[in-house]
Write a protein that binds this ligand. Structure first.
Ligand code: GRF
Length: 195
């Protein structure tokens, strides 16, 4: 069975959905949840689900991303994951780190890529007058929020939406999309999931 490590920075609701579906269906094994923020609420949620956690605070490393990543890499390699899932992980990874997991690292992004890579995706969609928004799961390459698209989930933008109401609607779709993509990905199926 494929071993999955997940990196988070915050509440970890996508991570929880991934872990819950893996445990319920047995399509993969969650072996580690890691965070760059020791206070990330998702760490306790992961432990409650019985998953080993690790936190490596990025702050003491300042601008030295390579040193931070070296520290983070140790427990990840020790957990021997086949696939690394970024789920609300808010640190940009260096090309060196990304290359180590080339072809086996996924990310979820709250926009319909290639639209709106980076931050503030929902605000940008509203300002553009988009009638549709959504989320994307893609393979991670050294270019931020780029890489082969493995699935997209769409939601309508409603006339009275704020960035917050739109984000909440998209997040629900994220919770469906990420497990749907991972289920296929562990079988080597990279045909895009469209929700
Ligand atoms: C999600 O919207 C994800 O796409 C974005 O950050 C959010 C993380 O939410 N990058 P959670 O930590 O999974 O609840």
């Amino acid at each position: 069975m494929k071993r999955i490590a997940i990196l988070i920075s915050g509440g970890g609701s996508n991570m929880v959905r991934l872990v819950e579906t893996m445990l319920a269906e047995g399509y993969a094994a969650p072996v580690l949840v890691g965070s760059n923020d020791p206070a990330a609420a998702g760490l306790a949620r992961a432990r409650d689900l019985g998953v080993t956690t690790v936190a490596v605070d990025h702050k003491p490393f300042g601008k030295d991303r390579a040193a931070f990543e070296a520290e983070l890499l140790r427990p990840i390699l020790a957990a021997e994951p086949d696939i690394l899932c970024l789920a609300g992980f808010m640190r940009v990874l260096t090309p060196d780190f990304v290359r180590r997991f080339e072809g086996r690292m996924l990310n979820i992004h709250p926009s319909l890529l290639p639209k709106y890579p980076g931050l503030h995706t929902h605000q940008r969609a509203l300002e553009a007058g988009d009638t549709e928004a959504g989320c994307t799961v893609h393979e991670v390459t050294p270019v931020l929020d780029d890489g082969p698209i493995l699935g997209q989930g769409r939601v309508p933008v409603l006339p009275d939406d704020s960035a917050e109401t739109l984000a909440a609607r998209v997040l629900k779709r994220e919770h469906q999309l990420y497990p749907a993509v991972l289920r296929r990905y562990v079988r080597g199926d990279r045909s895009p999931v469209l929700l």
